[in-house]
Ligand binder design. Structure first.
Ligand code: GLN
Ligand code: ZN
Length: 793
């Protein structure tokens, strides 16, 4: 019989129960017991759901109160002193860690967790505060590989020790075993764990901590072996990355050390093919290897060729990263040859943890029925894994016939649906030529014409687009959606907001104004709702971090724009002022990566379709008299492939899609773009190739460090380094903003520089926003005066 298993189930709950309980607990509305109960119920529901679907091995350890990397940090005792229970302000600089720091010689597993780690410790590490203990600075958070999930970055110190200090995974595995499930605990492997963290303090390499870390893993494996679980899944997704030799070479020693007589190890890799790490991965002394059969389908036969004869190969045949129903025939065609060679040594699973999919499609009431039929969320994906296992054993398996028939119907439906395929859009994409992505003149000529038209002062000031989304604005949008406000009333309300935003900006003295984005709930959803080819779910939530979830739209078909999306609002705003109003759009790459994307054509094709729809909008704005148009691309770095070798190709098509959206305008129309939340250093050339006339970027949180890339690259076009952090309600000082700009002016020509906040202002309130912008305008004036007085930066 083919064993089926799962690498992890979404923990947040079909109704975001965990989110709600966490937030209620943090706000003091429920006590810790109530939170613990919610967690236990969710785990039970998720195990039951997977078991009832017919899955053989049920993952445990996939539940986390905030983040699985943070859970592991607690497990191995790696919690910074400033987050520990009873931590005082003085501890926050101490470098000792929990038990790892104080009891390096613990070898015996004790069921008592480390005394100074408790649930609130995790929340202090994650959020900087918890219902008990001192507030302090949270751990850094960053993206989990190329997903939209964010983990808490482990902090490492020279010479630190680790020991088993938090027994959540062990207790939850016991819980599952006691309920009669074949539990398979899931932990992150030691090399991936070290890789994901950061050294605090100079003069050491975190890989040197490996020797100290392994005893904690040995204790953990001892304890897991005693739970009754037969398999442990150890995740080492860094095996799909370009690894430095030292890291690759460390694998063998580590897994020799971690061999355990009481529990078998399935080493899991995902998010890509093993590539040059293949021979390392197949030869490790473990009982089984899991590989990503979706992104790494081409490697499967090589893996089987090289796999030692006793090992299990788990193939991740169901895509854990999107929401499409699997083509079971295609997966069977992939798996059958492997099954013939491996027999029962072949296991079937999703490609990665289902953490990255929404929970249950069945809850969706509003999706058109054909679209719904094409989809599978986590619950349905588990069903697909089981169906594949059954069909491998017996093509006539009675229980698998219905899913097989449904899968076939979905494949045919998607191939033929008029809802998906729009011949006009396809024909237009085929007509794309390189000149379409090319502005008429080079930047030097364009900027001359733009300056003649716009007549802006040196150090022009602007904002990034959105203004405070007041309760009144949200209420009006809700009222319109629910039918309490008719279209005329709603338009009237939004026009009032626009007029108010324009009046405030004129009073403040900004140079390039915006309409304020009052009508937008979200920068992707707003456009997606007006484009053909996009669908929206009611409950398709995916955890982004902690209690934060996102509900990405679904791009299911050819994208086109039935009618203008932003022109009326922008034109109205422009009618109220003599100053230029900047049109505001979300770029094609951000529209793509903040959505679930169709898998039946290359991403680049979908990007081009969106780009052409946006291009029409850009041209309509220009025709309506808008002289400055901003195309936001905060997500441009998110699509960057994990492997170096694939990056150039990605950047090529991504840059091209942006240019396609922008390049239709006349020379005198000024194109802006905006980026935030990423380090740009390694893609700075691609950013320059976007050829936007002006780019505004987030720089203030790193005291201008991110600017460095633009400076050393001698960024050719104009640039607005964000002069203050919009995430804080603090009103920035004039001097601080002047010095950020002065720094930029040392490396870049002053005539290239703009003055602006580092992102949109929608999460702020008006009083601090106005005060901040008044100071920002003062800073620009100071900078201008310095230039006229001949003072160097
Ligand atoms: N124009 C958008 C805004 O101001 C940009 C948001 C973003 O960069 N994430 O809200
Ligand atoms: Zn931003």
């Amino acid at each position: 019989m083919t064993i089926t298993h799962n690498l992890g189930f979404p923990r947040i709950g079909a109704d975001r129960e965990l989110k709600k309980a966490l937030e209620a607990y943090w706000h003091g509305d429920i006590d810790q017991q109530a939170l613990l109960d919610t967690g236990r119920q969710l785990r039970r529901q998720h195990w039951l759901r997977q078991h009832q679907a017919g899955l053989d091995l049920i993952p445990t350890g996939d539940f986390a109160w905030y983040d699985q990397v943070l859970t592991l940090s607690a497990t191995v005792g790696n919690i910074p002193a400033r987050h520990r229970q009873g931590a005082t302000a003085a501890d926050s600089t101490a470098r000792d860690n929990c038990c790892g720091g104080t009891a390096p010689n613990v070898t015996e597993f004790s069921s008592e967790p480390c005394a100074d780690i408790d649930l609130d410790t995790l929340f202090r590490a994650a959020r900087g505060r918890a219902p008990t203990g001192q507030a302090t600075s949270a751990s850094e958070m960053t993206k989990w590989f190329d997903t939209n999930y964010h983990y808490l970055v482990p902090e490492f110190h020279a010479g630190q020790h680790f020991a088993l200090s938090w027994t959540q995974i062990i207790e939850e595995t016991r819980e599952a075993v006691a309920l009669g499930y074949q539990a398979k605990p899931v932990i992150i492997g030691p090399l991936t764990y070290l890789w994901l963290g950061k050294e605090k303090g100079a003069g050491f390499d975190r890989l040197d901590l490996l020797e100290n870390l392994l005893p904690a893993y040995e204790q953990l494996l001892d304890a897991l072996a005693q739970t009754g679980a037969q398999w442990v899944q150890i995740d080492e997704p860094i095996l799909v990355l370009d690894l430095p030799d030292r890291w690759r070479q460390a694998f063998e020693g580590v897994y020799h050390r971690l061999q355990h007589s009481g529990i078998k190890t399935l080493l899991a890799t995902y998010f890509g093919a093993l590539g040059d790490n293949l021979s390392t991965a197949v030869n490790l002394p473990v009982a089984g290897l899991h590989v990503d059969g979706v992104r790494g389908s081409a490697q499967l036969l090589h893996v089987v060729d090289r796999l030692p004869g006793h090992k299990v190969l788990s193939v991740g045949a169901i895509n854990g990263r999107n929401i499409w129903r699997n083509d079971l025939d295609a997966s069977l065609a992939q798996l059958r040859p492997l099954h013939e060679r491996l027999g029962e040594r072949l296991w079937v699973a999703p490609s990665c943890s289902l953490l990255h999919s929404p929970v249950d499609l069945e809850r969706e009431q509003k999706l058109p029925s054909d679209i719904k039929h094409w989809l599978a969320f986590a619950t349905q994906k588990v069903g697909e894994v089981v169906a594949l296992g059954r069909l491998l054993n017996d093509p006539q398996d009675a229980q698998a016939q219905q899913p097989l028939a449904q899968s076939r119907a979905a494949v045919v439906g998607r191939r033929e649906s008029a809802r998906i395929h729009n011949p006009e859009v396809k024909a237009r994409c085929e007509r794309i030529t390189p000149t379409l992505a090319q502005r008429q003149s080079p930047f030097s000529e364009r900027i001359r014409q733009q300056q003649a038209l716009l007549q802006l002062p040196l150090y022009p000031t602007t904002t990034i687009g959105s203004f405070p989304q007041t309760p009144a604005i949200r209420q009006a949008r809700r009222g319109f959606k629910q039918g309490q406000l008719n279209e005329a009333e709603y338009t009237q309300r939004m026009r009032q907001e626009i007029a108010d935003a324009i009046a405030r900006q004129e009073r403040i003295g900004l140079d390039v104004l915006v309409h304020g984005e009052a009508e937008r709930n979200d920068m992707v959803e707003y456009f997606g709702e007006q484009l053909d080819g996009y669908a929206f779910t009611q409950y398709g939530w995916v955890q982004s971090y902690g209690s934060r979830c996102v509900k990405p739209p679904i791009i299911f078909g050819d994208v086109s724009r039935p009618k203008a999306m932003t022109v009326n609002w922008t034109r109205y705003a422009q009618s109220l002022t003599k100053k230029p109003v900047k049109g505001m759009l979300t770029g094609p790459i951000t529209m793509l990566f903040w959505s679930f994307v169709r898998d039946d054509q290359p991403l680049a094709d979908t990007a081009n379709q969106i780009a052409l729809a946006l291009r029409d909008e850009v041209l309509d704005l220009e025709a309506a008299g808008i002289k400055v148009i901003q195309i936001d691309e905060p997500a441009i770095r998110e699509g960057l492939p994990l492997r170096e070798q694939e990056r150039a190709h990605y950047l090529d098509w991504a840059v091209n899609a942006f240019r396609l959206s922008a390049a239709g305008v006349q020379d005198e129309t000024q194109i802006h773009t905006h980026m935030c939340y990423s380090e740009f250093n390694d893609i700075i050339e691609a950013i320059a190739q976007l050829d936007a006339d002006v780019i505004t970027i987030e720089t203030s949180r790193s005291q201008g460090d991110l600017l460095e890339a633009f400076e050393s690259f001698k960024y050719p076009n104009h640039i607005g380094p964000g002069v203050y952090d919009i995430h804080s309600p603090n009103v920035p000082e004039v001097d601080a903003m002047v010095s950020i700009m002065a720094r930029a002016a040392r490396e870049l020509p002053a005539e290239h520089l703009w003055v602006n906040p580092d992102c949109g202002l929608k999460t702020r309130q008006w009083p601090e926003t106005e005060a901040a912008l008044v100071n920002m305008v003062k800073a620009a004036q100071t900078l201008r005066e310095r230039v006229t007085e001949g003072v160097a930066g």
